[in-house]
Design a protein around this ligand. Structure first.
Ligand code: OAD
Length: 241
């Protein structure tokens, strides 16, 4: 199957890659669902919704600061690096779409990433006064989580119940509509609207290839399911390109 998929990739002029938490799993960043997922240990309603932040901003920040510390210690893996190289390959236009907020694609050298759920290393004013602080990695505002306007700062991520940035979602939709092949890597494919992107591509007759250690609701509708860890499947694919 890998040989067939690599032929599809070689013949494609537009490729879209959609990643989820599974691509960072081998970097030691916990996924959300499944037996060792974060949502087994924590309740999303308490930590990743606008209501939770309105009720207990300090608790929500504590959780995000813990995740930031964990991600700061992690390094990109071979899966991230293969995708970065694929993007720089001259043969096709490769658009990388990620639900991950960890920033590991950029650290692996990806020249551009459409971050559908935001980025943990960016903070903004919770009252939308306009302040956005980029790359807080080197200077996490542990001691000052307040905006210059007096409101709370918040992580610039998408919480449950919040819409995705319309322009970002539009760019992602266009990328999958134009793609000849869509590679879906390490996502449970259950969180909408992102979970609809492979379906949009399928209606346009793109080939859908899933890389996952498990089956997902998307699996019955893909053209190829490459079962296994992304950090070993993606290098195997690259070898054949
Ligand atoms: P999930 O935790 O829901 O799914 C991770 C997927 O990765 C599962 O299908 C696993 O089988 C697979 N997986 C685990 N390890 C893998 C590996 N080494 N190689 C390949 N696949 C592997 O994560 P997402 O689908 O990214 O949103 O979750 C989507 C959204 O739900 C997240 O962006 C986050 C979460 O709640 C918000 O917080 C809004």
């Amino acid at each position: 199957m890998i040989t067939e998929v690599s032929e599809w990739l070689r013949g494609a002029s537009q490729i879209a890659v959609l990643t989820g938490a599974g691509i960072s799993a081998e970097s030691g960043v916990p996924v959300f669902r499944g037996h060792s997922g974060l949502w087994r240990q924590f309740r999303a309603e308490d930590l990743a919704t606008p209501d939770a932040f309105a009720r207990q901003p300090a608790l929500v920040w504590e959780w995000y600061l813990w995740r930031r510390a964990l991600i700061a210690r992690a390094t990109p893996n071979e899966g991230h690096r293969v995708l970065a190289r694929l993007q720089q390959h001259k043969g096709a236009t490769v658009t990388l779409l990620s639900q991950n907020v960890d920033g590991l694609h950029r650290r692996a050298g990806s020249p551009s990433v459409i971050e559908l759920h935001g980025n943990l290393w960016r903070v903004r004013c919770a009252d939308d006064c306009g302040l956005v602080v980029h790359d807080v990695e080197s200077d996490p505002p542990r001691t000052n989580l307040r905006c210059r306007c007096g409101a709370w700062l918040r992580p610039d991520v998408v919480w449950f119940g919040e819409p995705l940035d319309a322009g970002t979602l539009q760019r992602a939709t266009t990328a999958v509509e134009q793609a000849d092949v869509v590679l879906v890597v390490g996502t449970s494919a259950v969180v909408y609207p992102v979970a609809a992107l492979p379906e949009i591509a399928r209606r346009r007759r793109a080939r859908i290839v899933e890389v996952n250690i498990d089956e997902t609701p998307l699996t019955p509708r893909v053209d190829a399911h490459l079962r296994g860890p992304a950090a070993s499947i993606l290098p195997q694919l690259e070898e054949q390109l």
